[in-house]
Design a protein around this ligand. Structure first.
Ligand SMILES: [Zn+2]
Length: 79
């Protein structure tokens, strides 16, 4: 069992990935840095409703592909 599935088994709640934000995540941002990550590598951030836009914008500003899903969903890859 992976750490992630253990966490999900414990209720699925996670704090937002934004620095200092204690809110519970409602969304997941799946992304990668094409310069250092292979195409099948996906990093995932948790985001509350308030920080979903700013975290996605931070990634988009750097040219990183990002896909946003409800928290708890996974994606195979981000284009
Ligand atoms: Zn937040």
């Amino acid at each position: 069992m992976s750490l992630l599935s253990m966490l999900e088994g414990a209720g699925g709640a996670a704090p937002c990935s934004a620095a200092g934000c204690p809110a519970e995540a409602e969304h997941a941002l799946h992304w990668r840095n094409p310069r250092i990550h292979a195409a099948d590598r996906v990093k995932t951030w948790a985001a509350c409703a308030e920080h979903r836009e700013s975290l996605a914008a931070w990634l988009a500003d750097r040219g990183f592909p990002v896909a946003v899903t409800p928290f708890g969903e996974t994606v195979e890859r981000v284009a």
